[in-house]
Design a binder for this molecule. Structure first.
Ligand code: NAD
Length: 494
């Protein structure tokens, strides 16, 4: 049984409900996970609330040391975490290592916390009066994460929140919950006091308990668009700060002057890495007509070289997260064909290096997908790459800007002027120029536009720190005999 982690120890909680955790490469249930009740969440929140004042008052130097220790431990033991990711999520070992490396970047940013959490000072704003701003932690913060990055997405938030002096209740995805507990245990080993980082497992019941709990001051959410919208509305109507990152449908526009080999490599890597279960996966290639046939041929040739199977066996691509999700993704292929698309590579009967009952779907390529098809409109979140043919730049841009999603996009071209126009005109939050998965480094911020992000608070980077800090402005005057006397007017400067 995968238990909660509350107040620095494993906790069963009072709820009788549990959920399955699968081994997707074998297609079997490998463990059960606790599904918290509202009361279980309250126990975790109360533990965080008790731990908060002591942690807030812990010196910057000490908090920083904990983050440095955590970084060292995570670096040294990343293999253990990668094995957990592969076992419960299914992603291949190299991809699991990549996920941890990107998460570690944010831990390193957290180590640099003093530079981001210091305030500002203006001396003598009025004679003998100084104004300064303190940045203080907000208190108990809630984090709710998706299944597709069980380590990296929690790492986008909790290191910054904790470095900034907050106490955390993390609700990871119930589909692959072990990574979160493993990291919480490692934080304890790094010297974090009990109660500063708590993990509760669960589903909507646990999420709603966090959204409604009066002690929880902020919610950081990553997941699908409908849930992100729900989180944003519910948490903000309960008076909390919210950052809610949603789903995606990422387009890659290939202009005729692009290096087509580079573009084909990029489309395959970004389309099928992690079996397409990435919010920054390329799911649609917009190919300009004049080069589309050549590009489709190059992409399919590369796909024929991909191996699918057990993530521990050196394959390129692992299974999908559950049988239901695999079936849902596969269902889009018939829909696309019924809507007039051409199935170029059908992944439904893949050759597998692994157990036959795993949740397998091989790399799939669909050409000439109409933008009216739900196979184009929906976020499929699997190893399905769609080609949409366009006349040129203008039509490509129109399609991208017409999408309700705005997480990531890429342009492949050798024309600097076209790339510059694109970066200016496209209504998407993260843009790659000859780079297919433009995930910003930790010292910038991550977040999309439109239905890919509700609210205005992005993840990590300087803005990620700001989310976990509240500013307090102090106006101070030390006794100066020349400033006495009564004056009921609004204070003015002299
Ligand atoms: P999801 O929305 O189903 O679940 C995310 C979290 O919300 C989980 O912890 C889950 O337990 C909880 N949840 C699910 N249904 C709920 C409900 N009805 N009420 C309250 N809480 C609920 O997402 P997922 O399937 O775990 O993850 C995949 C999705 O996440 C994709 O849409 C992907 O694009 C998105 N994603 C986005 C980003 C980003 O940065 N924008 C990053 C990673 C994943």
């Amino acid at each position: 049984m995968i238990e909660h982690w509350i107040d620095g120890a494993s906790a069963a909680g009072a709820s009788e409900r549990t959920g399955p955790v699968y081994d997707p490469a074998r297609g079997v249930e490998q463990k059960r996970v606790r599904l918290a009740s509202t009361e279980d969440v309250d126990v975790a929140v109360q533990a965080a609330a008790r731990a908060f004042p002591g942690w807030r008052d812990t010196s910057i130097a000490r908090r920083q040391q904990v983050m440095f220790s955590f970084r060292e431990l995570l670096n040294a033991r990343s293999g253990e975490l990668a094995a957990i990711l592969t076992s419960e999520h299914g992603k291949v070992t190299s991809d699991a290592a990549g996920e941890i490396a990107r998460g570690l970047e944010v831990v390193e940013l957290a180590c640099a916390m003093p530079g981001y959490t210091k305030g500002e000072y203006s001396e003598n704003v009025s004679t003998g009066v100084d104004v300064y701003t303190l940045k203080q932690p907000v208190g108990v913060v809630g984090i709710i994460s998706p299944f597709n990055f069980p380590a990296m997405v929690p790492l986008w938030f909790f290191p910054l929140a904790i470095a900034a002096g907050n106490a955390v209740v993390l609700k990871p995805s119930e589909k692959d919950p072990s990574a979160a507990v493993w990291m919480a245990e490692l934080m304890k080993e790094a010297g974090l006091p009990d109660g500063v980082l708590n993990v509760v497992h669960g589903d909507k019941v646990a999420v709603d308990a966090l959204l409604e709990h009066p002690v929880v001051r902020s919610i950081s959410f990553v997941g699908s668009t409908p849930i992100a919208q729900y989180i944003y509305q519910t948490a903000s109507s309960n008076g909390k700060r919210v950052q809610a990152l949603g789903g995606a449908k990422n387009h890659m526009l290939v202009l005729p002057d692009a290096d087509l080999d580079l573009a084909a490599d990029a489309a395959v890597n970004a389309g099928f890495g992690s079996a397409g279960e990435r919010c920054m996966a390329v799911s649609v290639v917009l190919a300009v007509d004049s080069v589309a046939d050549e590009l489709v041929a190059k992409v399919s040739e590369r796909m024929s070289r991909l191996t699918t199977g057990d993530g521990t066996r050196g394959c390129d691509m692992g299974p999908l997260i559950t049988r239901e999700h695999r079936d849902k993704v596969a269902g889009y292929l018939d829909v696309a064909v019924d809507d007039g698309a051409t199935l170029v590579v059908d992944g439904r009967d893949p050759e597998i290096d692994g157990e036959p009952d795993g949740f397998w779907l091989g790399p799939t390529l669909i050409d000439r997908v109409p933008t009216t098809s739900v196979a184009y409109r929906d976020e499929i979140f699997g190893p399905v790459l769609s080609i949409v043919r366009v006349e040129g730049y203008e039509q490509g841009l129109e399609i991208i800007n017409g999408s309700p999603y705005g997480n990531g996009t890429a342009i492949f071209t050798n024309d600097g002027g076209a790339a510059r126009r694109f970066q200016r005109e496209v209504t998407v939050g993260m843009v790659g120029i000859n780079v297919p998965i433009p995930v910003p480094v930790a010292y910038h911020s991550f977040g999309g536009w439109k239905d890919s992000l509700f609210g205005d608070a992005k993840a990590y980077g300087p803005k990620g720190f700001d989310f976990f800090l509240q500013e307090k402005a102090i106006t101070s005057r030390w006794l100066d005999p020349s400033h006495g006397g009564l004056n009921l007017g609004f204070p003015q400067h002299d």
